[in-house]
Design a protein around this ligand. Structure first.
Ligand SMILES: [Zn+2]
Length: 217
């Protein structure tokens, strides 16, 4: 059998399994969604958002790209972010990286991979910002693990620097921002960064909004 046909067959089995547990499983979420979480993860096939968090359809709003980056000119990511924050009103945004990330590993080398060099450049910037810490680690795999952790923290910071997140923080005291790393060797998730709503930012990144009173005025 062609490999792709197995996916379609598996889908039928999955539907039957869900309906056996709950007859209205699909009807409940067919017309609306109210996810509490936006997940920004890596495209890597070994880190499926719903599987590693044991969540069901309707629970996670998901955006994935290579190395789970939050790039402030990426209209795809920004559109997902704005919709999640302003329309779905998510309570939490999770940036999830993972050990053994090929994107982060390649960014640590000097090889050229074509177009993707432009995307991986953002990780090289994270490396440069933490070069001293990283280069105290002689073991390349440990250095890669540490850069994965620095990268999720950096992407959380990038989220906080968006006007969408700052506006929601000021008006609604949400969402909380989380930087997690998934360990592909053990299956466990661990939090490496956390920003609560209202966390102070460097002043140059702070936005004032016409519909939000300025503090102290
Ligand atoms: Zn990855």
């Amino acid at each position: 059998m062609d490999a792709y046909k197995k996916l379609l067959l598996s889908n039928k089995a999955w539907v039957a399994e869900k309906l056996a547990i709950r007859a209205d499983f699909f009807e409940r979420t067919a017309t609306t969604q109210t996810p509490a979480f936006l997940w920004i993860g890596c495209s890597d096939s070994r880190v499926p958002a719903e599987s590693v968090t044991s969540t069901e359809p309707g629970e996670l709003f998901v955006h994935r790209n290579i190395a789970n980056l939050v790039v402030h000119t990426d209209l795809n990511m920004l559109s997902v972010l704005q919709y999640a924050v302003e329309v779905l009103e998510v309570k939490h945004i999770i940036v999830c990286g993972h050990y053994g990330c090929g994107g982060v590993r390649n960014a640590m080398t000097n090889r050229s991979f074509g177009l993707i060099d432009k995307w991986l450049r953002h990780i090289k910037d994270v490396y440069r910002a933490h070069r001293r810490d990283l280069e105290t680690l002689a073991d390349v795999d440990k250095r890669l693990d540490r850069l994965v952790e620095f990268n999720v923290a950096e992407q959380v910071q990038n989220l906080a620097e968006t006007s969408f997140v700052q506006h929601a923080w000021a008006l609604h005291n949400r969402p909380s921002l989380h930087g997690w790393v998934y360990d592909i060797r053990t299956g466990f998730l661990k939090e490496h960064a956390h920003m609560k709503p209202g966390t102070p930012l460097e002043d140059i990144y702070r936005f004032d909004f016409d519909d939000v009173p300025r503090s102290g005025s």
